[in-house]
Design a protein around this ligand. Structure first.
Ligand code: SF4
Ligand code: SF4
Ligand code: SF4
Length: 240
């Protein structure tokens, strides 16, 4: 069975939120950009995000790192959000594995959002139905679109190509190769939900500053008078 999914490279994501705004343009408000759909600048702003980018800082100052972590519905292969739905509104497509909500059947009871361990579902307060990432099901199955545009809006918008899209059950697909070769992993596999989306891990980058770079006239460290860690001298002490 085909299982469509996203593979997100955490080493490449720069946290620009282009995926968030392009998702909203295609799927929800169309205009609110990174803000909520209704009353974005007033009291009681409401609205749904199908995709959010969470940013974390970790480590101990000054040795801290920033991690941008995009998260949307992971289109689980064993989705706990589906069997809890009392109306059958929440379902998994048998042909491509995308997990969807039938808005005509949804009664807004929120059982599915309590069952989802990833916090991927959000109630639409205006329409009183449950919303979440559809993998842009209307785009990816639109045969009127050129084939290279039959991709989720977030994938097309990402300026760093951090978001890959394809069939994770096809061993030769771009996403399967990336998972295999770059150590892709699912989120919280211990919950048994078998998320179809995967993440590619951040890789450690070692920075070696060559001596030539220290004597460059435009070296910003020189302007700021920052002490090189290893020598204990200010750069002004160094012969330029
Ligand atoms: S991430 Fe949550 S909403 Fe999406 S399929 Fe898995 S359990 Fe359901
Ligand atoms: S909120 Fe809608 S989709 Fe979710 S469990 Fe209730 S009826 Fe089903
Ligand atoms: S568009 Fe790409 S780089 Fe920008 S936040 Fe989304 S995943 Fe990261």
């Amino acid at each position: 069975m085909t299982q469509l999914a996203l593979v997100i490279d955490l080493n490449v994501c720069v946290g620009c939120h282009a995926c968030v705004t392009s998702c909203k343009e295609w799927n929800t408000s169309g205009w609110a950009g990174p803000m909520t759909d209704q009353n974005p600048y007033d009291a009681d702003p409401t609205g749904t995000f199908f995709n959010r980018v969470q940013t974390y800082e970790f480590g101990t100052y000054p040795n801290t790192e920033t991690l941008h972590f995009p998260k949307s519905c992971l289109h689980c292969e064993e989705p706990p959000c589906v069997p809890v739905c009392p109306t059958g509104a929440s379902y998994k497509r048998p042909d491509n594995g995308v997990v969807l909500v039938d808005y005509d059947k949804c009664i807004g009871c929120k059982y599915c959002s309590w069952a989802c361990p990833y916090g991927a579902r959000e109630i639409d307060e205006k329409q009183r139905v449950m919303k979440k990432c559809t993998l842009c099901i209307d785009r990816i199955s639109d045969t009127q679109l050129p084939e290279n545009e039959r991709k989720p809006a977030c994938v097309l918008a990402c300026p760093t190509s951090a978001r890959l899209y394809g069939d994770v059950h096809d061993p030769d697909s771009e996403v399967s190769v990336a998972i295999r070769e770059q150590g892709g992993y699912p989120l919280m596999p211990e919950w048994g939900t078998k998320p179809a989306n995967h993440y590619l891990p951040r890789r450690k980058t070692r920075i070696h500053i060559h001596e030539d770079e220290l004597v460059r006239v435009d070296n910003p460290l020189k302007k700021e008078g920052i002490k090189p860690v290893e020598t204990g001298e200010t750069l002004d002490d160094v012969a330029w």
